[in-house]
Structures are given as structure tokens and as C-alpha cells.
Design a protein around this ligand. Sequence first.
Ligand code: NAD
Length: 422
Amino acid sequence: MPLPSSIYNSPVFHQACRQFDEAADIIGMEEGVRQRTKQPRRCLTVTLPVRMDNGTVATFEGYRVQHNISTGPAKGGIRFHQDVTLGEVAALAMWMSWKCSLVGLPFGGAKGGVIVNARDMSPGELERLSRRYMQEIATFIGPNLDIPAPDVGTNEQVMAWMMDTYSNHVGHYDPGVITGKPIALGGSLGRKEATGEGVAWFTKAYLTDMGIKPQDTTVIVQGFGNVGSETALALAAWGAKIVGISDFTGGFYNAKGIDIRAALDYLKTHKALDGFKGGEAMTNEQLLEQPCTVLAPCALERVITEKNAGKLKCRVLAEGANGPTTNEADKIIAQRGDIELIPDVLCNSGGVIVSYFEWLQNQSAYYWTKEEVFEKLHKQLAKAKASVDETKAKYRCSRRTAALVLGISRVAEAKAKRGLFP
Ligand code: NAD
């Protein structure tokens, strides 16, 4: 559990702490190392006055939490969403630490967030907010200290404005400060697809282990942003049938299959999927309970709960989102025993792996082809899958706990070896 007086206290931070404790218990992590490894290292809260198009000034609150900087610069996305809290950002930062450690990246973990409904902003307002946020956190981050990236509500354009703001701050072009940038500004080929490509890679790998073929696979994806749409595209390209998609306005189910390209085209002319005619409209909650081989939550945390975990009709639960499954739901899924859960820290790690490749390319100013990026990505994913499966068998635990055992023990060992200052 978190420290009793923790400023991060919130259901999602507790969720991350309980996951950590379960893994720490299995390896018998000693209390001093445990608290030191679990608690976020430090955080920054910023107030962001932004001039709106109508001439008024609106003020927003933002955060940057660095969970671990003992094993390299911290790494983690920036979320723009109306429900962001400091506790949520801290939980997401903690998961970044375990993810980077699990897949063998030389990074710690961090996350950022601003409480804002960016969908209601004009491009000009969004640019001013993005630049102001970067200006305020500029002294707290850097290519060797903490490297942000996109998350919910932010994209390549936001990364470009932030990179420009930081470069102006330090006085020279410094693309390595942020990843997920446009290709023209030092972005990596394959980064846009990377998280969904990774989710699809793990899904295909586990389905193959289970002897399930592409033509026998149906898929429901919750959230149709960067991760959800790329996951759907990659699984459809493999031969699976996408039967459900959704966004914040609701879900669509079609047992005959949804035309993903048509849904993406619809989004070019409409702000959301609302009104899409490619399937039967239903709520997100209803969509999660429809029959499918693969359910891939790719939106927000805590959507698989004790209320619906018993009603899921999938064989594989592929966590594209961070923290979609509550601790109670984890228990129900374990008791059921009929669902293969691919945990977030493993399942969506393709994004940060290619962000690492982007940072490496920026450091050397030498750029790779998309084929090189994907070949290296797939190798790293295969290594991570093998180590998680081996650890799962060794400790006879859930796949989530196995992934966390690997993630947390490497961070704890590094901290112990570095010693305590002073
Ligand atoms: P995004 O902003 O591109 O897309 C989010 C999608 O979720 C949108 O379609 C949005 O409408 C939908 N959504 C929002 N609220 C919803 C709700 N209440 N119910 C259903 N759908 C809702 O964000 P993204 O980058 O695709 O991130 C999605 C998830 O994947 C997050 O959990 C994020 O932390 C995680 N993730 C992202 C990356 C990345 O590279 N972008 C990497 C690893 C993990």
C-alpha cells in the first residue's frame, strides 16, 4: 500500500500499489527496499494560464511525476484529459518504471498530465496550452533526465510544439527531449503504429500458443485513438475479424465485421464515432460484454471491474490501455481460469520500445528504416514474452504478477546496488 499520508492516494494509485505488493511478496522484497522502490521519486505541479480565443485567460493545472530515475532518464507520456489527477499520473508513472525495466530499456518511469478537455479547444488554444506546459516543466525534464511522449489526448503535433518550446528554452534544436514527434522533426518511422503493433504482436503470439488461427479470431477494441485503431488495423491485416470498436461517445458491434478503414475515414470528417453506421450502437459497458476471441481495452483505466469481469466472453484480454483491470477483476479472472490476460506493462510496451529507438536515433542523428525499427521491436517483444512466461511458470502466478516481478526486481536491485545517499 502507499504511505498513509501520500498525496497520490486515489483508487488507481492503490491499484498500482496492490499490484506491486503482490509481486514484491512473491520475491520476499525487504520492507526498506520495497517502500523506496514503490513510491514515486518526486513530482511537479504547475499552474498554466492560457489565453483563449475569446480573449479571456483560462487557468489549468498540470503535473509531472518521476517515479524512478535510478536506472536512467525517466520516460513516460503526457495526458490531456478532464479526469486527470495527481494520483492517476503517479500510478501511470509507476507502471512506466516496471514496463521499461521489464523490456530492458535504459529508462526509469515518469508521466505527465493536464486537467483539460482538449477536444473542446481550438488548435490555437491547444498549442498555447502545450507550449505553456512545456515551458513550466522545462527545467524538470531533458534528454538525459526525463523524456515525455504522447498519451491520451496528445499527439504528434503536440509533441512538435513541446519540442520547439524546449529547444527555444535551451537555445538549440534538441529533438531527444521528447518522442512521438512528426518524422520531419526527428520522429521515428513506425512510432505512430508501435503501441498497437506491439499489442497485436502479443495477441497473435498468445493466440498461436493456444492454437487459435487468424480466421477463427474475432476482436473487440475499446478506444479508437492511436493505440486502439493501430491494434485493430494490425489484427485485421493478420486476418482477424474486428467485430467491435468504441470511443468516448459509445460502442459499435457487428458480428459480420467492421470496416476499420471506413471507421477511420468517418473520423476524418466527424470528431467522434458517434453516428457511425458500420455496426449496432451500444454503450461501452455493453460492448465489453459481447462475445469475441480477443477483448482489447485501449482507452482508460479501471474499465474491467468486479461488476463485469465475470461476464466477459473473450479468450484473450489484451491490455492496450494502462491499468484497465482493477485488482478485484484480476482475482475474478484468475478464478475463472478461461481468459489469457496479457498485462499492460507487457502488452503495450511496443510504444516505449520504439520511443527508445526514436531517442537513440535522435542522439546519433542517424535514422533507421521502418523495417529495421519493426525487426528490432519484434525481437525485443519476443524476449520480453519469453521472460514473462518463464517467470510465470517459475512462481506459478498470474502473468501480470510475473511481469511485475521482473520489472520491480530489476529496479530494486539497481537501487540497492547504488546504495543510499547520503
Ligand atoms: P488517444 O487519445 O489517441 O485515444 C484514446 C481513445 O479512447 C479515444 O478513441 C477516446 O475517444 C477513447 N476514450 C476516451 N474515454 C473513453 C471512455 N470513457 N470509454 C471509451 N473510450 C474512451 O490515446 P492513446 O494514446 O490511444 O492511449 C490509449 C491508452 O493506451 C491509454 O491507457 C494510454 O496510457 C495507453 N498507452 C498509450 C501509448 C501510446 O503510445 N500512445 C503507449 C502505451 C500505452
